[in-house]
Design a protein around this ligand. Structure first.
Ligand code: MN
Length: 245
């Protein structure tokens, strides 16, 4: 990460004061959780993206997501997207310096795929927490779910149905659409397709087979239903407040 960003992350909320970081008085919004940045993608001194740490132990989400799945998913799969994004950006730089744009369309596709994969996984880890700490939607998040979906229960029904029906590999996504200023439930195919431009992901569920196959095999529906037991609703609420501000 850049020096400015690094210093900002180090001093964080303490230096700026909670009032500047949060639009709603009394709502503490830390910039990181157990060393993983909440609202940014970490970079190293060379400006390359780095894999953020999981904000909990590999086995924290059991029995709903097993430790081996978390280890492979975070350490191997997510890291592959980080490397792929860095590789695409480096190749773009080489192309610019050489004035050779023969492969630039392929590089743009790689940046979209790996960049979206990196962003969605970064949000996904933070969206989850051990079941005993999951909580419920409250405050602004609850009110906005009521406004845009008619309540928490109808939202959960729409969200889980949407995720279960993703064709092939992809995601179910609750996002804030900032121009229309409303919550939307979308699908992503792979990581980058079917979005609305500008939509900010708040709650995402990875429905690639690598996210659930060791425990659930072909039963994606059971995985999606169980995911709702380990949603970190406080994290979703923080993301909504951050997106709306
Ligand atoms: Mn994944």
């Amino acid at each position: 990460m850049s020096a400015n960003r690094r210093d900002f992350m180090k001093t964080g909320a303490a230096a700026l004061g909670a009032s500047l970081l949060t639009p709603y008085a009394g709502f503490a919004s830390p910039l990181e959780r157990n060393g993983a940045p909440l609202f940014s993608l970490a970079t190293n001194d060379a400006g390359e993206y780095v894999l953020p740490p999981l904000p909990y132990a590999y086995d924290a989400l059991e029995p709903y997501i097993d430790a081996q799945t978390m280890r492979l998913h975070h350490d191997i799969h997510h890291n592959g997207y980080v490397k792929g994004l860095n590789s695409a950006l480096a190749a773009m730089k080489t192309a610019r310096e050489a004035g050779d744009y023969d492969l630039i369309d392929r590089l743009a596709q790689k940046a979209a795929f790996h960049g979206s994969g990196h962003i969605l996984h970064t949000v996904f880890w933070q969206n989850m927490i051990s079941a005993d700490k999951s909580g419920n939607p409250s405050g602004l998040l609850k009110r906005q779910l009521e406004k845009d979906f008619g309540g928490v229960a109808p939202f959960i029904q729409q969200f889980t149905a949407t995720a279960k029906k993703v064709e092939g590999s992809g995601w179910g996504i609750l996002a804030w659409e900032p121009l229309g200023r409303r919550l939307v439930v979308l699908q992503a195919e792979k990581h980058q397709n079917l979005t609305q431009w500008g939509a900010i992901p708040l709650l995402v569920i990875d429905v690639w087979e690598h996210a659930y196959y060791l425990t659930y095999q072909n039963k994606r529906g059971d995985y999606v239903d169980n995911f709702m037991n380990i949603v970190n609703w406080e994290d979703v609420a923080q993301r909504l407040e951050h997106a709306m501000s």
